[in-house]
Design a protein around this ligand. Structure first.
Ligand SMILES: NC(=O)c1ccc[n+]([C@@H]2O[C@H](COP(=O)([O-])OP(=O)(O)OC[C@H]3O[C@@H](n4cnc5c(N)ncnc54)[C@H](O)[C@@H]3O)[C@@H](O)[C@H]2O)c1
Length: 344
């Protein structure tokens, strides 16, 4: 699978590119970013680095997006598309990603697009321009859904190990504020201009909770801003209900000098499961005793590798639709927006 990586920022270069390079069936043929500094950082790897991936603006490509629909399992390999690019990974900000998804999926390419799928449900309406076949080729970078720890949690919930219903407490805290790290402070401020942490982190959490418990109802929500001048509340939380009487108390926090522990707990009458928010180590406590469950490797490597594997399976026809799908990404955004709206 000939893949272009679009967006050479933090996650693009630190996680997507290494995972793409590790996969034996993937050839990274193009690195793309409009920012010359980012292009400079990515240069020297023997992969062409360009400012865009559209006709007439690329240096190393002969074709350009031509609106064709071939590629992958359903047609001839798409040499005519963007100089032979068959898939794109979009590691771009969510205020840029939707237009790019529509452009590339609309041209018949397979697309792995970072979460969140947009910064608002309104902005996500652009996806209505894609037809069923084009939507099917889109996979969303809700990366950690792939982790075996999430599947293990689902087994403990479904087989009654924890008892039912469960109370979920999700404490999602990240991005500690360090004024000396100007690049990080600017990036997080820029991101907050496009919504509170529930929009950005909620994409993951609401996706996991829907996968584990079903579709949510938002009961109530709150928010707080810890310093003047922040473009959005940096602390926000909500109470949600799920089918079967499950409930979730979720909190998201960014950008304070110190952060509470990032952890999700699942408490039922028979047991308690705790998921470390960073390592994804699991701890199960029941009347039978305590048990720790760890999966091999570090979470980022494990999940980004599984994500690329699923993307290749989408391309070769093993999977009929992206997992997680565009609809999954839109559903998580919908919940995040409801929470943000209720929180005020
Ligand atoms: N899946 C995960 O676990 C995970 C983790 C971190 C970030 N993310 C998501 O990844 C995305 C990127 O985050 P980041 O931290 O790498 O941000 P970043 O700002 O470091 O990188 C984004 C890059 O996209 C580039 N870009 C902007 N407009 C572009 C365009 N039109 N075409 C091509 N490139 C363009 C920017 O120049 C920048 O280099 C965000 O949506 C974020 O939510 C996901």
């Amino acid at each position: 699978m000939r893949v272009a990586l679009v967006g050479l920022g933090e996650i693009g270069l630190a996680a997507h590119l290494p995972a793409l390079l590790r996969h034996p069936s993937v050839e990274v043929v193009q690195l793309v970013d409009p920012d010359p500094e980012r292009r400079k950082t990515a240069a020297g790897q023997g992969i062409p680095v360009t400012a865009d991936l559209t006709p007439g603006t690329t240096d190393g490509l002969s074709g350009g997006v031509d609106g064709g629909t071939s590629g992958g399992s359903t047609g001839g390999r798409s040499r005519g598309l963007t100089g032979g690019v068959e898939g794109v990974v979009l590691a771009t900000p969510p205020w840029v990603t939707p237009e790019l998804v529509v452009r590339f999926a609309g041209a018949g390419l397979f697309v792995l697009a970072e979460k969140p799928v947009a910064t608002s449900v309104e902005a996500a309406r652009i996806y209505d321009r894609l037809d069923g076949e084009q939507r099917r080729r889109v996979q969303i970078g809700l990366t950690y859904r792939h982790d075996p720890a999430i599947r293990q949690l689902k087994r403990w919930i479904d087989d009654g190990t924890l008892g039912t219903p469960v109370l979920v407490r999700a404490h999602i805290y990240d991005e500690a504020y360090d004024p000396a790290d100007r690049e990080h402070a600017e990036r997080i401020t820029r991101t907050l201009e496009h919504g509170s942490p529930v929009v950005h982190e909620g994409a993951h959490i609401f996706d996991w909770l829907s996968y584990l418990l079903g579709p949510p109802t938002v009961h109530d929500a709150w928010s707080a801003t810890t310093r003047p001048g922040l473009p959005a509340p940096n602390l926000i939380g909500a109470r949600l209900g799920y089918p079967g009487g499950h409930q979730a108390l979720v909190e998201f926090g960014w950008f304070t000098a110190a952060l509470p522990r990032c952890e999700l707990t699942f408490l039922g009458d028979r047991g308690l499961a705790a998921l470390d928010g960073f390592t994804f180590e699991l701890r199960l406590s029941t009347a039978a005793g305590d048990r720790e469950v760890r999966f091999p490797g570090d979470r980022t490597t494990r999940c980004f590798d599984l994500q690329v594997q699923r993307f290749v399976e989408l391309y070769d026809g093993t999977r009929k639709a992206g997992v997680p799908s565009l609809d999954d990404g839109i559903a998580a955004l919908h919940t995040a927006q409801l929470v943000a709206g209720r929180a005020g």
